[in-house]
Ligand binder design. Structure first.
Ligand code: AMP
Length: 219
């Protein structure tokens, strides 16, 4: 059970979302992205979305109590019974501590941490070239696909959109927040659980294979 409970860790643009999607498919557990949940709320102009919009556009963090409430609801739902791939949470020490309470209450074992390491200069370059297909949600890098007007996954044309927070100024802010606030959270897990560190600058399928190798899962 425990290796189907995974927390993806790493800087924005390290590939957490891309790998989480692939792993979720292979392990048959849901991909829980707090960023996606917030972006949906913003798009639907819900109360949560209205609160989160400006914070996200500035590259800052949404308050812990809001985020923990969201994650608690999802982790206690039936869809997470067999496991989950948590992407984008926890991002602060306080979130990690509150997540520990949720994990204890769930009483289902402790998640494994998968940390993707990527240098900041690679990240800045990646995020400025990152686009998301608005039809199927696939994340692409414009430098790495054959036709920059066609989604390689679903074939939709002119469907790529740039995230509002993928502008250079906001990317730099997000990276600063990551280094100052999120990266230290890894220490919290140091003696609690297995931390798998994988080079996230390698091609997508190599990163996936390395993660699976460490998780000792043959797929
Ligand atoms: P992501 O898609 O994970 O890069 O998240 C996009 C943005 O959503 C972040 O820059 C934050 O503004 C917000 N966000 C996502 N997850 C969290 C979290 N765990 N805590 C606070 N803010 C978050």
């Amino acid at each position: 059970m425990s290796n189907k409970q995974i927390i993806m860790f790493g800087a924005p643009g390290a590939g957490k979302g891309t790998q989480a999607k692939i792993l979720a498919g292979k392990l048959n557990v849901p991909h829980i992205s707090t960023g996606d949940i917030l972006r949906n709320a913003v798009a639907q102009k819900t109360e949560l979305g209205l609160k989160a919009k400006k914070i996200m556009e500035a590259g800052e963090l949404v308050p812990d109590e809001i985020m923990v409430g969201i994650v608690k609801n999802v982790l206690f739902s039936d869809e997470c019974k067999e496991g989950y791939i948590l992407d984008g949470f926890p991002r602060t020490l306080n979130q990690a501590k509150l997540l520990d309470d949720i994990i204890a209450e769930l009483n289902n074992g402790y998640p494994v941490i998968v940390k993707l390491s990527v240098d900041d200069d690679v990240i800045i370059n990646r995020l400025s070239m990152r686009r998301v297909c608005k039809v199927c949600g696939t994340i692409v890098n414009l430098n790495q696909i054959k036709n920059e007007n066609k989604c390689p996954n679903c074939g939709a044309e002119n469907s790529f959109v740039k995230r509002d927070d993928d502008s250079e100024e906001v990317i730099r802010r997000r990276l600063k927040v990551y280094h100052e606030t999120t990266q230290p959270v890894l220490e919290f897990y140091r003696n609690k659980t297995e931390i798998i560190v994988v080079d996230g600058s390698l091609p997508v399928d190599e990163v996936t294979n390395n993660i699976l190798k460490h998780l000792k899962i043959a797929v």
